[in-house]
Design a protein around this ligand. Sequence first.
Ligand code: GLU
Length: 286
Amino acid sequence: MAHSDTPGFITRFAPSPTGLLHKGHAYSALLAFRAAEAAGGRFLLRIEDIDTTRCRPEFTQAIMEDLGWLGITWPEPVRVQSTHFTNYARALETLKGLGVLYPCFCTRKDIQVEIARSPSAPHGPDGPLYPGTCRQLDKSEQQTRMAAGDAHAWRLNLNAALQITGSDLSWRDESEGLIPATPEELGDVVLARKDTPTSYHLSVVVDDALQGITHVVRGKDLWHATHVHVVLQALLGLPKPHYHHHDLLLDENGQRFAKRNKALTIRAIRESGVSASQLITTLGLG
Ligand code: GLU
């Protein structure tokens, strides 16, 4: 990454404490930490624990221990998303005010049935997209169902959003250059879930802005998400960081590391007697 000309450089590592960190996380965190060091900038740690049913404080503790063992340091206090729901609620209200959200009452089952019924339903990189069922509901039906207490998520009405932002959005990727945004790859994403008053997409965009993040370093698995993030940044009037989507590490079977593979957790590696510098070397970062 060439960023010696960057006036300020603030990056972050933003894990979700749903399990122990694995080698893939170590790689990502080290890349971000070193990029900040090389630029004379700042590296922040952020805990993305909006999913309070799956996230556990003991995993947050373990994340900090593992990162410390790798030699990574960060300033306190660490931003913990579950203590900032009001920030995300405010952003959600702004988006509602712009008329770019709609309540979605669909269950997973409803969505599957609708997709099976309409072969022309839109598809994205990870399979079928939300077919837009609740986008068709008129205002009075929305009101009636919400008043009746029907559980609902809030989805982005992408077409309505693009009418406001224009469709010529783009973002700068450190290795790939200027990337035209193609948010239709993900369609009408959920911005507040039925069980959580926000979503990954909304809270990550709000926090990157609130924390003054200038460079987002994260894996290529989040490449498609960036297309949506730039739409949200444009709608909310937030600055747009630069992005570096690094390659994903693969295990010996060519699969992405998963939290469920215990043998590849940083903790298991450490407990097997491997030193941090040995691990860093095996990650190709020695
Ligand atoms: N919390 C996300 C994850 O653990 C990463 C978010 C990001 O870097 O944008 O996959």
